[in-house]
Design a protein around this ligand. Sequence first.
Ligand code: NDP
Length: 251
Amino acid sequence: CKIDYQPPADLLKERVILVTGAGDGIGRAAARTFAQHGATVVLLGRTISKLEAVYDEIEAAGGPQPAIFPLNLEGAVLKDYHDMAETLDKEFGRLDGLLHNAGLLGRLTPFEQYNPELWDQVMQVNINGPIWMTQALLPLLKASADASVVFTSSSVGRKGRAYWGAYAVSKFATEGFVQVLADEVEHLGTLRINSLNPGATRTAMRKSAYPGEDPMSLRPPEAILPTYLWLMGPDSRAHNGEMFDAQPPKA
Ligand code: NDP
């Protein structure tokens, strides 16, 4: 956990970073903060109006001009990811950062009642989509002199908990995939793959998982970003295949 990390203002200067689920919650805050630290961000998400709002916020704050890439991970197929890679290749020629942040909670429900279609949807958005997107983007990540891929995990991706169903399983799969791919790219020395658990954060997803909780008792997305910045910048270069937490464990 690097919640006390104090990044220089130009930490991500000249870096091109793709953020999925960039229209809301943690992804929105991450995209804005990466841009504030000099990154050219590619905003990927399924609701164009939200992506446009983030685009405007970044422009208004004087950040590098971002790019918008609308994509619904639920229906996306390999060709979409390859088209995306081609567009990014033409525009930038490389990718220095990839934050897999988009996520779907599904429903907290006893497994006996879990709907198989909802199960597949959650697995698609949380793990299968990000995996094939990563495969399509690997050549661009390898073209960077210092590239960082961050997969978003959860506490239920490290220890299972009743009723969390597909969400928990997708996050366990995320951790497994991070270890496999990190081991494969270790020899390159220029590409790192790590997992990050944001911890309880004041967003719409958290609210739907814990409707009775006072949101003001939680850190807002902006407050958990130091670890995101550290992982995207050069200071984390030596770390590959590791699990990180964005917040200290609850006392
Ligand atoms: P939010 O629900 O607030 O935001 C999720 C983002 O993902 C939204 O921008 C949403 O788009 C996007 N998204 C969802 N489905 C798709 C899809 N099919 N295609 C493209 N984009 C999609 O969630 P959080 O910000 O809270 O969560 C971000 C990440 O952090 C997730 O991976 C979550 O699992 C993880 N996490 C969050 C915690 C928390 O306490 N908040 C704790 C542990 C992990 P749209 O706005 O259009 O719906």
